[in-house]
Design a protein around this ligand. Structure first.
Ligand SMILES: NC(=O)c1ccc[n+]([C@@H]2O[C@H](COP(=O)([O-])OP(=O)(O)OC[C@H]3O[C@@H](n4cnc5c(N)ncnc54)[C@H](OP(=O)(O)O)[C@@H]3O)[C@@H](O)[C@H]2O)c1
Length: 405
């Protein structure tokens, strides 16, 4: 099978499309044909070995031990081990895989039966792959660490990223009064996800506004911990999902002290594999109360390019990797990813003539999967495309993905 392999730590150039052995499921595992995967900060950190101690934690001091990145995925069950009862070949599933260190940037991966659930019927594979890690981090941070309750005043700092877009929607589902903090370009999106109030962090420091919150979920600890404590109500809880080691350490340490006095508390959320939580997310997604936000989709062969985008831009929601099911992933030279210019290289639309492949109408849904609201006004407008011409660019990208050119 083909997989995106990294044999050394470093920038996205280390990601190579290679031929590797197809995994075989153990007795209590299922083999999944991956249709889509999504990028998380975890993948970026593992790729760059940032922070350094990741090398020690993963047993890859000099070079990566597990050479295929990716944890989130959606796909179809291809085979099941003899002890598997819950799934059978053909089932459409989603989840995040941790048992073998992930490995979802590949055509196939093995999963424990308890790591996956059936894909929500109303979601595409791309949408389903956007969900697991980000949504469960938001859910577990708000509900388990933050004791989220109806009517509570909740602030989500980083409301427009992978975790934050789910956090806003989940907090609303629990009946909280939600304030979303993000940059000005994303304020409308945060509102559209259900935020009652929005704050532009470029214009206002919420920790100095005098307002108090019962729960603050920071996707990253952008402020010193004393700032967060100041913005909490007397019994308030601060939960942090990411940030520098110092920020995480401080939050964990302060949390112990806070618990003793029974007043303000601080917690670090650490994502826990939970099939039960994934089932809850499936229900919220199927009811339409929560929907994934997708910044863009990249074809499998352009995974390195997707990482370049992920690490240089603040993506809106999630960045997705899509796999073709006919095995025709573009490989320029055997074992190597095609070196790509920046995503802004112009002229694609004219190069491709804005035509679908023979027999394919312009409204063919296969050409549409990359169209998301965020594409229409994305800051990263490609060179050579004016505001009204962006759909042409997206169309051309989709065409290229579909045609495999
Ligand atoms: N603990 C766990 O188990 C776990 C699990 C999964 C993820 N994480 C962690 O969660 C973190 C967030 O992941 P993510 O994928 O949601 O990140 P992300 O997509 O990079 O989102 C970043 C968010 O923060 C906002 N932001 C950027 N600079 C800011 C600033 N100076 N002040 C306030 N807000 C700012 C961004 O807003 P704009 O885009 O509008 O600028 C965006 O909404 C990562 O550190 C990751 O490691 C932890």
């Amino acid at each position: 099978m083909k997989a995106i392999v990294y044999e050394k730590y470093g920038p996205p150039d280390v990601l190579q499309l290679m031929e590797v052995d197809k995994p075989a499921p153990g007795g209590d595992e299922v083999l999944i044909q991956i249709h889509a995967a999504s990028i998380n900060s975890r993948d970026w950190r593992l790729m760059r070995a940032n922070p350094f101690f990741i090398r020690l934690m993963t047993g890859g001091l000099l070079r990566p031990k597990n050479t295929i990145l990716g944890a989130d995925m959606a796909g179809r069950v291809e085979a099941v081990g003899r002890n598997v009862n819950e799934f059978q070949p053909g089932d459409e599933v989603f989840g995040f895989l941790s048992r073998h260190g992930g490995g979802t940037f590949a055509e196939y991966a093995c999963a424990g039966e308890d790591e996956i659930v059936r894909k929500p019927a109303n979601l595409s594979f791309e949408q389903a792959a956007a969900v697991p890690m980000a949504a469960l981090t938001a859910l577990q941070g708000l509900r388990d660490k933050g004791n989220l309750q109806p009517g509570k005043k909740v602030l989500i700092q980083g409301a427009s990223g992978g975790v934050g877009t789910f956090a806003v929607q989940i907090a609303r589902c629990f009946g909280a009064e939600v304030t979303g903090v993000c940059s000005s370009r994303n304020l409308d999106m945060a509102r559209s996800l259900g935020a009652d109030h929005v704050i532009d962090y470029e214009k206002e420091d919420f920790t100095r506004s005098g307002k108090r919150y019962d729960l603050i979920l920071a996707v990253n600890g952008y402020h010193p911990i004393s700032d967060y404590l100041r913005a909490l109500s007397p019994e308030g809880i601060y939960v942090v999902a990411g940030g520098s080691m110092l920020q995480l350490f401080q939050a964990a340490l302060q949390g112990r002290r806070g618990s003793k006095t029974g007043r303000r508390k601080t917690h670090v959320v650490s994502l826990v594999q939970s099939q039960k939580d994934l089932v809850l997310m499936k229900e919220l997604l199927e009811s339409g109360k929560v929907a994934p936000v997708i910044d863009g989709c990249y074809p499998f062969g352009e995974t390195a390019e997707a990482f370049r985008y992920f690490e240089t831009v603040h993506p809106r929601g999630k960045v997705i990797i899509t796999l073709k099911q006919d095995g025709s992933h573009h490989v320029a030279r055997a074992g190597l990813v095609r070196p790509l210019g920046p995503r802004s290289e112009g002229g694609l639309a004219s190069e491709l003539g804005n035509q679908g492949p023979a027999g394919c109408q312009p409204d063919d849904p296969r050409l549409k999967w990359n169209l998301t609201p965020s594409d229409s006004d994305r800051n990263q407008r490609p060179a050579g495309y004016g505001p009204g011409e962006l759909p042409n660019y997206v169309y051309a990208m989709n065409l290229r993905n579909f045609a495999g050119v």
